[in-house]
Design a protein around this ligand. Structure first.
Ligand code: HEM
Length: 307
C-alpha cells in the first residue's frame, strides 16, 4: 500500500493546529495550490528537524468540490461533501485542510506560517483552531477522550483506504466538526448525570454497565454493530478555545465517510429510533466538512499533472 501522510497513524501528542482554507479562484489557482500541497510533507520534515522530540507531523486534505476541479474523471470513490443534518450539523465546507500535531505549539505555528506564505493569496482561511491538551487527554467536559480509539495496527485498518479503491489506497477520508460547548450549563449537572450522559465514569473512563447506562448516552449512540463488527473511526480531536468560546475540534480519519455519518445521525436522533445523544444538549456544531488526505504518492502525482 502507498505510504499514508505522517499525521494519520501516530497517536496525537499534546497540541494541534487545524486550518480550513477556501481556494479563492479554483480554476485559475489549482496548479499553484497543488504544487504547495505536494511540498507539505517536505515542509513538515524540515520544521520537524528543528526538534525531533517535538514529534511534529502534519496532513493535508482536499475537499470534495475542489477535487472536482483537480480531477473530475478520477475521484476517490467515497469522497463527498459533508452531509448536513439540519441546522444542528451544518456543512460549512472547505477546499483544503491542514492538520498539524506536535508537542510544540510554536513549531505548529511555524509550519502553518511557512505553508500559508507559499499559498500566498490563493486561499482564504475559513477556520483556524489551536488545540491543547486539557488535564491529560480529557475533553473540556472533564471526561477522558480517546479511551476506545483504535490502537496499534488497527489504526491503519480503520483509517486507510485499501484494495476497495486501489488508485487511492493509503489515502484516508477526514470528517471534521467544530463543537462549541455550553460549559456553564454542563457545570450545573451532577456527576452521576454527567456520567449517564457520556456512558462512562468520569474519573477513569470505566464504561457504565448495560443495566445503568442510558440508551441516550454518547457511547450508547456511537457504538454501532454491523454484521457482528463494531464500526470504527480514528479520532484525533482536541479541546480548543478561550473562556468566551470553547469546545472540541472533532476530527476523525476513516476509510468510509458513511461510518461517522451513521454515528452522527444516531447522535442527532435522525436514525429512526427517536433517541438522541444527550451530550448534544450541552454542545453545538458550528462547522462541518469532509476531506480526502491522499497518500504521499498521489499527493506528488497530483502536482505533476497540473504543472
Ligand atoms: C462535542 C463533541 C464530542 C465529545 C465531547 C465527545 C466525547 C467523547 C467521549 C468522552 C468518549 C468516551 C471515551 C472514548 O472512548 O474516547 C467518546 C467516545 C466516542 N465518540 Fe465522541 N465525542 C464527541 C463527538 C463525537 C462525534 C461527532 C462522533 C462521531 C461522528 C463521536 C464518536 C465517538 C466514538 C466512535 C467513540 C468510541 C465509542 C466506543 O467504542 O466506546 N464522538 N466521545
Amino acid at each position: 500500500m502507498s505510504q499514508p501522510q505522517g499525521g494519520i497513524l501516530p497517536e496525537p501528542t499534546s497540541s494541534a493546529l487545524f486550518l480550513i482554507l477556501r481556494v479563492r479562484n479554483p480554476a485559475q489557482d489549482v496548479g499553484a495550490v497543488l504544487r504547495v500541497s505536494a511540498r507539505v510533507p517536505a515542509l513538515v520534515a524540515k520544521v520537524a528537524a528543528a526538534d525531533r522530540r517535538s514529534r511534529l507531523v502534519g496532513n493535508i486534505g482536499i475537499g470534495s468540490e475542489f477535487w472536482e476541479v483537480i480531477s473530475p474523471a478520477k475521484r476517490p470513490k467515497r469522497l463527498r461533501p459533508f452531509n448536513a443534518i439540519d441546522r444542528r450539523a451544518p456543512n460549512t465546507g472547505g477546499d483544503v485542510l491542514l492538520h498539524i500535531i506536535s508537542r510544540r505549539p510554536d513549531l505548529n505555528f511555524e509550519l502553518a506560517m511557512r505553508i500559508m506564505n507559499e499559498l500566498g493569496d490563493t486561499v482564504d482561511v475559513i477556520d483556524e483552531v489551536h488545540g491543547f491538551r486539557y488535564l491529560g487527554t480529557r475533553d473540556l467536559t472533564g471526561f477522558l477522550d480517546g479511551t476506545e480509539n483504535p490502537k496499534g495496527k488497527q489504526r491503519a485498518v480503520v483509517a486507510l483506504i485499501g484494495e476497495e479503491d486501489p488508485d487511492f489506497a493509503g489515502g484516508s477520508y477526514v470528517f471534521t466538526q467544530r463543537y462549541v460547548h455550553d460549559l456553564k450549563k454542563w457545570a450545573t449537572v451532577p456527576l452521576r448525570e454527567q456520567e449517564g450522559t457520556i456512558g462512562r465514569r468520569k474519573k477513569d473512563s470505566k464504561q457504565l454497565t448495560d443495566k445503568v447506562r442510558p440508551a441516550t448516552a454518547h457511547i450508547s449512540r456511537v457504538v454501532i454493530e454491523e454484521h457482528g463488527e463494531e464500526l470504527q473511526i480514528v479520532r484525533h480531536s482536541f479541546p480548543y478555545g478561550t473562556l468566551a468560546e470553547a469546545g472540541l475540534f472533532f476530527i476523525a480519519y476513516t476509510k468510509d465517510l458513511a461510518i461517522p455519518e451513521k454515528m452522527l445521525s444516531r447522535m442527532l436522533g435522525t436514525s429512526g429510533d427517536d433517541l438522541h445523544d444527550h451530550l448534544m444538549d450541552f454542545t453545538r456544531a458550528v462547522s462541518g466538512a469532509t476531506f480526502f488526505a491522499p497518500s504521499l504518492k498521489v499527493l506528488r502525482s497530483l502536482a505533476l499533472h497540473h504543472t
